[in-house]
Design a protein around this ligand. Structure first.
Ligand code: PLP
Ligand code: COI
Length: 367
């Protein structure tokens, strides 16, 4: 029996996982391995615009081998989380920001814009059937992955005339196994994530494909993430493969690379800046050179470094390695400023602290 939620026709799965199986999955959470019983979607065509808004059973897609996305990578995505509060209610963190960034990414990759209303509606429609998948354990959440791709079967190189929007979700624990432990960073050598005029500010799948080889090289050197410098000079920090970066000076000043059009405009980054400004912490958005970070870490002038993003939340960085240097930040453990900002943010996300900015948005979730 179908129903309609925010214009999405919801057809419940004929074979949702039994409660006992779901409970067992929610007990052992990693990142990105488990998915809920349903997915939301909508189709766009040049003639009809957005239509076929739906929620249906999660499952394999039927895609023509000639679908443009498989050849020219015309694909974008988003990442946000649904949090379960102590009282059982379910909340999203600044989802309008993700909706707007999805529109900016779409514009850059010549995909059609999805309205903020449809973006939020798809999440609410999905949670109207998969709400029980939002975990309640500490540091856990339901990761939501909206994405859009060129499904038109056509090999000419031009923006696709048929496009799919899909939203899948899965319960997650920490992105880095081992909880809030400092991670090691490898400085990408000879590879850049994005260049001036490129796609760096879009959440475009190809950016992540380009990061995989340097990311693999990071793993080979015992590092969990790769740091990219700017393509024009190779001198300045940009961001990690999937998160933004902050440096904490000994005098309490924070610095983060300024937005140059090649960096993803992280919603966590912007939230961290807002929270720190409220505390009257001096925060500077500027070009930060790699040499300055190496020297500052070596001399102790840089006391802490952390990464932030939806998946990573706020993660301490304990070490920087490259062929030329290998430096430990502070004593290699998580610093006070990092842990404090992580707590400020997660307290709001999990409803443990007031939300003076109106960042949280409640959603009706099935139980
Ligand atoms: N930078 C990159 C390349 C990312 O993939 C992400 C994750 O979404 C971020 C930064 C952080 O963005 P946000 O805080 O909006 O999740
Ligand atoms: C996120 O934080 O949501 C990301 O997209 C980062 C990574 C998992 C791709």
């Amino acid at each position: 029996m179908s129903s309609s939620v925010h214009g999405f026709t919801v057809t419940p799965s004929a074979s949702p996982r039994p409660e006992a199986e779901r409970t067992e999955i929610l007990r052992h959470l990693n990142f990105g391995k488990e998915f809920t019983d349903h997915m939301a979607g909508a189709t766009w065509s040049k003639e009809q615009g957005w239509h076929n808004r739906r929620v249906e059973a999660y499952g394999p897609l039927q895609l023509e081998p000639a679908s443009a996305v498989l050849h020219y990578a015309q694909e974008i995505f988003e990442g946000l989380k649904a949090y379960r509060w102590q009282d059982g209610s379910v909340w999203l963190f600044r989802p309008e920001q993700n909706a707007e960034r999805f529109q900016r990414s779409a514009a850059r990759i010549a995909l059609p814009e999805l309205s903020v209303e449809d973006f939020l509606g798809s999440i609410e429609a999905l949670l109207s059937v998969d709400g029980a998948w939002v975990p309640g354990a500490d540091e856990s959440s339901l990761y939501l992955r909206p994405f859009m791709f060129a499904s038109e079967a056509f090999l000419g190189v031009r923006p696709a005339a048929v496009v799919e929007y899909l939203l899948i979700s899965g319960p997650v624990g920490p992105y880095f196994p081992g909880g809030v432990k400092p991670v090691s960073i490898w400085v990408a050598q000879g590879f850049h994530r994005a260049g001036p005029g490129g796609t760096g500010a879009a959440k475009f799948g190809g950016n992540y494909a380009a990061s995989l080889l340097p990311q693999q090289q990071a793993f080979e050197r015992g590092c969990q993430q790769v740091l990219f410098t700017d393509a024009a000079t190779g001198m300045y920090l940009e961001e990690l493969g999937g998160m933004n970066i902050f440096v904490v000076r000994k005098d309490g000043t924070l610095e983060t690379p300024r937005l140059t059009g090649t960096i993803l405009e992280g919603i966590t980054r912007e939230s961290v800046i807002t929270l720190l400004e409220e505390d009257s912490v001096k925060i500077v958005e500027k070009n930060i050179s790699l040499a300055e970070v190496r020297d500052g870490v070596e001399s102790g002038d840089i006391a802490e470094v952390f990464a932030c993003g939806t998946a990573a939340v706020v993660t301490p960085i304990g070490r920087f390695a490259s062929p030329d240097f290998d430096v430990t930040v502070g004593d290699g453990t998580a610093g006070e400023v990092t842990l404090n900002i992580r707590k400020r943010l997660t307290d709001i996300q999990y409803g443990r602290a007031e939300d003076p900015y109106g960042w949280m948005r409640r959603v009706e979730a099935s139980s």
